[in-house]
Write a protein that binds this ligand. Structure first.
Ligand SMILES: *[C@@H]1O[C@H](CO)[C@@H](O)[C@H](O)[C@H]1NC(C)=O
Ligand SMILES: *[C@@H]1O[C@H](CO)[C@@H](O)[C@H](O)[C@H]1NC(C)=O
Ligand SMILES: *[C@@H]1O[C@H](CO)[C@@H](O)[C@H](O)[C@H]1NC(C)=O
Ligand SMILES: *[C@@H]1O[C@H](CO)[C@@H](O)[C@H](O)[C@H]1NC(C)=O
Ligand SMILES: *[C@@H]1O[C@H](CO)[C@@H](O)[C@H](O)[C@H]1NC(C)=O
Length: 643
């Protein structure tokens, strides 16, 4: 079951190493001032951008995985040119890259005339640790998608009249933003981090004015210019470009995407399992949607879509696992994360998980919950409901905003995802709310194919297919699977439930779990063979006091690190079982917790981390027998406290 990826990471490193010299690459030269032309067109439009989705939301087309989109040559060219044009649009425009990405956090500016509620001026519009986390980001992506879609329609017109223009215009109509699947196995020989995103600071693009080398708009965004006042503190106020795993914290810093790639590859099994468990065992939107930890929380629902998303943010921002005196990159810090082009790829994946989840659990949705953290227009403690305006995303030109109720069916924005083509399970009317059995089975089969491979449940199916397990079969004692599964595919899953204060360390950090001692040098943690998984806590940089104002200081978050796969590998080697009598003593002796901030500072002891609690739990699970089924989880049973 183990998939060993280190050689790939090394390969990636070699690809990356060639680009270590910093160079400045520019925009595509169309032979005329494209940015100016676009600016004129924008000026003639409504002052308030209304979020309609591509093609007015009229035609539903799938958003594709980025590697899939890359196969569509014309569309890929248009995508790169569209991103580039958006990034080279004057930053003062609300629909420039800077304008759109600036909605999320920094520069804490009013967008579309939507003013902050008093006291919340020093925060962004985004909602975190909130019941609105998945729904707020949905119209945000739709806004980005429609703007990019419109740019791409323009660009397609700049090809010479006749066959080429027709071809590009036809491709342009198909455009929907891609997602980046960070939880399924990449094609053989590749890293989870696509080369198109992390491989090179420039890209050669064959546009309407011939082949040109331009700044790769997926690699970074270069501020034009950086507003040092708005970026508050060093190094943010000296970094003129977005960075991933920055090599230093001075103005010579460069991205180390090879380190980011290693970290993603190392965490793939853990992230894939978390996602698989989320689909299988989190049927309640309240717990599925966000990472806020509630003291009386059920021990079987510590994880969430947001918690997994947090880990991906930290891994993409990097740091913490390599350079002792470095610094995390933009993605690891809530207020700066959205400027990095990988942000929207990541969030399209988050939205896809949300949409797939909705198709499985169509009757569970937003229920009122207090806001733990303030946003630009929400004060702490305010109740958020399915009718709360998702500011600043306008539904129409006279000032109505989208709400969670209105975005429940994502297809209103004219997109869907490959697994949901023809499935309308998230449409909020009583007739379509229950999916047909066939449609549900198709979705579950896709989940099994993409996220099942490293789970015990799929090991069971494999053994079953091979005729080695199943009802009436006597499992040979020497067969490892025989020690894991009982007669009807029952087995035990083990998890580490983690909770901690979000701002415990005044910035983002990782909680790493190992079976056995971790390497002494924290640089080697990422690639250590006994590394089981990480929980990333996505936080603010506390130095300028933002989080004290918005309440982030107080909030507790939770997540999980699955242990079963690592245990199965150990159990198989030693003849033990997954029963508590074998596992608990083993884990008590071997489970090691290490904590490191993304700025590389290692925290010497868990007791120094405010609010940290790690508790091992297990659940009886019935493995799926067929691909069109997910495992069935029993209640979580309390094990023991690690910290
Ligand atoms: C730079 O940021 C400051 C603080 O947010 C703001 O007042 C100022 O208008 C910004 N400058 C420009 C040119 O946008
Ligand atoms: C980037 O990270 C890799 C993997 O950890 C490391 O070997 C390499 O030295 C780093 N490169 C730089 C320029 O720091
Ligand atoms: C969903 O979870 C919330 C929070 O734990 C709880 O209050 C609510 O009763 C749950 N809903 C259902 C239908 O179980
Ligand atoms: C959850 O685990 C805790 C230990 O951290 C235990 O005290 C508590 O009883 C458990 N709750 C449930 C509902 O099992
Ligand atoms: C303005 O909003 C109201 C209330 O939502 C709606 O009934 C009306 O149709 C809207 N008018 C326009 C021009 O969109």
């Amino acid at each position: 079951m183990a998939r060993f990826r280190l050689p790939l990471a090394l390969l990636f490193l070699a690809v990356f190493a060639a680009h270590s010299v910093l160079a400045q690459y520019g925009a595509y030269d169309y032979g005329f001032d494209a940015a100016k032309l676009i600016k004129r067109q924008l000026a003639s439009q409504e002052p308030v951008p209304v979020v309609t989705g591509a093609e007015g939301g009229e035609t539903i087309r799938p958003r594709q995985e980025i590697r899939q989109l890359e196969q569509d040559k014309e569309l890929w060219t248009l995508y790169i040119l569209g991103l580039s044009l958006m990034q080279f649009t004057d930053q003062s425009s609300p629909v420039s890259w800077y304008g759109i990405t600036g909605i999320h956090g920094i520069p804490h500016q009013t967008w579309g005339g939507v003013t902050p509620t008093p006291g919340n001026e020093e925060t962004g519009y985004c909602t975190h640790s909130s019941i609105l986390f998945p729904t707020w980001h949905r119209p945000y992506l739709a806004l980005y998608e429609v703007l990019l879609y419109n740019l791409i329609q323009n660009i397609a017109k700049w090809w010479p009249e006749g066959e080429p223009r027709n071809r590009y215009q036809a491709a342009a109509l198909r455009f929907r933003i891609p997602y980046w699947d960070w939880a399924s196995s990449p094609p053989s020989g590749q890293s989870v981090l696509p080369l198109s995103v992390g491989g090179s600071p420039y890209v050669d693009v064959n546009g309407p004015n011939g082949v040109q080398r331009i700044a790769n708009p997926l690699f970074s965004y270069s501020f034009k210019p950086l507003n040092a006042t708005a970026f508050l503190q060093d190094p943010w106020d000296i970094w003129t470009t977005t960075l991933r795993s920055p090599t230093t914290s001075d103005n010579k810093a460069q991205s180390n995407n090879s380190l980011v790639a290693v970290n993603f590859d190392q965490n793939l099994d853990s992230i894939g399992q978390r996602l698989y468990i989320l689909f299988s065992n989190y049927g309640n939107y309240s717990t599925f949607s966000n990472n806020a930890w509630i003291p009386y929380i059920n021990n079987g629902s510590f994880d969430s879509l947001e918690a997994i998303h947090d880990t991906v943010h930290n891994l993409a921002g990097g740091g913490g696992l390599g350079q002792p005196n470095a610094q995390g990159g933009h993605m690891a810090y809530i207020p700066y994360s959205s400027f990095d082009p990988i942000f929207f790829l990541h969030h399209a994946m988050v939205d896809r998980i949300f949409a797939i989840w909705q198709s499985l659990y169509p009757s569970s949705y937003v229920t009122p919950m207090q806001a733990y953290i303030a946003s630009y227009t929400t004060s702490r403690g305010e109740f958020q409901t399915a009718a709360t305006p998702l500011t600043p995303f306008y539904f129409n030109a006279n000032g109505t905003f989208w709400t969670s109720d209105m975005v429940r069916d994502h297809t209103r924005f004219g997109y869907t995802y490959p697994e949901l083509v023809g499935v309308s399970g998230s449409v909020p009317n009583s007739q379509s709310r229950s999916l047909s059995r066939r449609a549900r089975e198709r979705v579950m089969a896709a989940i099994n194919r993409l996220y099942g491979p490293s789970t015990p449940s799929s090991l069971y199916r494999k053994e079953l297919r091979a005729g080695r397990l199943g009802p009436g079969k006597k499992v040979p004692g020497n067969l490892p699977a025989g020690r894991v599964f009982s007669g009807n595919g029952q087995y035990r899953e083990w998890l580490a439930n983690v909770r901690v204060k979000k701002q415990a360390l005044d910035g983002p950090f990782f909680i790493h779990l190992f079976l056995g001692e971790a390497p002494k040098d924290s640089k080697e943690w990422a690639s250590a063979k006994n590394h089981v998984g990480s929980m990333g806590v996505f936080a603010s940089d506390e130095r300028y006091g933002e989080s004290k104002m918005d309440g982030m200081d107080e909030v507790m978050v939770s997540g999980t690190v699955p242990l079963t796969k690592a245990l199965v590998e150990k159990v198989m080697g030693t003849g033990r079982s997954l029963d508590p009598k074998d596992v608990e003593p083993f884990l008590r002796r071997n489970l090691v917790v290490n904590i490191v901030k993304v700025d590389g500072k290692v925290v010497m002891h868990g007791s120094y981390v405010e609010g940290l609690g790690i508790h091992v739990v297990s659940s009886r699970v019935r493995a799926a027998r067929v691909e069109e089924e997910l495992p069935a989880w029993g209640q979580a049973e309390s094990g023991f406290d690690v910290v």
